[in-house]
Design a protein around this ligand. Structure first.
Ligand code: ATP
Length: 317
């Protein structure tokens, strides 16, 4: 064992211990807002609410049964688009669909439903993340029960990004021990990458995302140099007008519709140490890293789930 191996093991062990003694409540800032959408809301209206509030997902509330009804994410809109592609004659009906119809849309197109696991905010983070990674969900709702009324309420939603940020900010000394490079750890995906070009249509990219079950597709030029990344959330501004013709827009045009405050893309090299990746997460709003070589040519994709899986489950430690 080298010094690096020992440090790596110690760093991972400490972070895992930390996640076992912290819970969902520890992750929230002192003050925060949570926008919850009523399940009876029309789907087309939900788009504008997300855009106006600069959010990309929201918990759903069933006001008939006063209970939590799942989480609305970009995947739901992708399902609506697929429904439209499979049943083009039903375009008229699309305007009347409510959020509560999303599960029926899922069934109609034969999409695998994403299990909505929710956890109590006092559950240890380690267990909460484990449950999240075991399902295909990328965020986990924290649902508690009101002592007096016995009713459920949604306290907050934690995302993979929030968890990694929480780890990075509170474990600077431990993440410093993670000195192995992402190549040594074989962290990320490097083969059979899904990519697109600026001139391809938004619909082409959506089909790639659905087929591959991924939420980002790097946009490259003819020499495989990375120009940008199309993300599932980039679909939201494209369909807000309810005119599904925008799906024939080119990727380049769609990326111009990104909100001003969108965080942009982050790249890294295969030779970066995991320590450096955590530094980036500590400082910026990163949702994935695109691995490039010195020439800015695409090498791979490092997603937040890749990092979390490694931190929690790698058998090194
Ligand atoms: P999110 O990015 O929404 O937080 P996530 O972290 O699960 O979710 P995905 O982009 O859905 O990330 O990645 C799932 C898996 O697919 C990861 O192992 C990732 O390395 C791989 N992957 C991501 N994008 C691509 C791509 N364009 N081509 C091939 N594999 C990819």
């Amino acid at each position: 064992q080298t010094v690096h191996d020992k440090d790596q093991i110690q760093g991972l062990r400490n972070i895992r211990e930390f996640l076992k003694v912290r819970c969902g409540y520890d992750v929230f800032p002192l003050s925060f807002r949570l926008i919850v959408l009523d399940n009876d809301l029309l789907i087309k209206k939900s788009l504008n609410i997300l855009i106006q509030n600069s959010i990309v997902s929201a918990p759903l509330w069933d006001s008939h049964s006063s209970s939590f009804a799942g989480i609305l994410t970009a995947t739901d809109y992708i399902n609506v688009i697929q429904y439209y592609c499979q049943f083009p004659d039903e375009i008229g009906k699309l305007d009347q669909f409510r959020l509560s119809s999303l599960r029926d849309i899922e069934k109609a197109i034969g999409a695998l439903p994403i299990e909505t696991v929710s956890v109590n905010p006092s559950t240890p983070l380690f267990d909460a993340i484990k449950r999240m990674l075991n399902t295909r969900a990328r965020r986990i709702p924290l649902v508690d029960v009101d002592d007096e009324t016995g009713r459920e309420w949604v306290v907050s939603v934690i995302t993979q990004y929030r968890i990694l940020k929480f780890i990075a900010v509170n474990n600077e000394h431990n993440t410093m021990l993670l000195k192995k490079t992402i190549r040594e750890l074989n962290l990320g995906t490097y083969t059979n990458l899904a990519t697109t070009h600026m001139s391809n249509t938004v619909l082409d990219v959506i089909h790639q995302m659905v087929e591959r079950n991924i939420s980002c597709v790097p946009v490259v030029d003819d020499d495989n140099r990375v120009l940008n990344v199309f993300e599932a959330v980039d679909i939201i501004p494209c369909i807000k007008g309810g005119m599904y013709e925008e799906l024939n827009w080119s990727v380049g045009d769609a990326l111009c519709k990104r909100p001003e405050d969108s965080p942009g893309i982050y790249t890294c090299s295969e030779h970066d140490r995991l320590q450096a990746i955590f530094d980036t997460i500590r400082k910026s709003r990163v949702h994935r890293l695109i691995v490039v070589d010195d020439d800015n040519k695409l090498r791979g994709v490092l997603s937040l789930s890749d990092i979390l899986m490694y931190v929690l489950f790698s058998d090194e430690a």
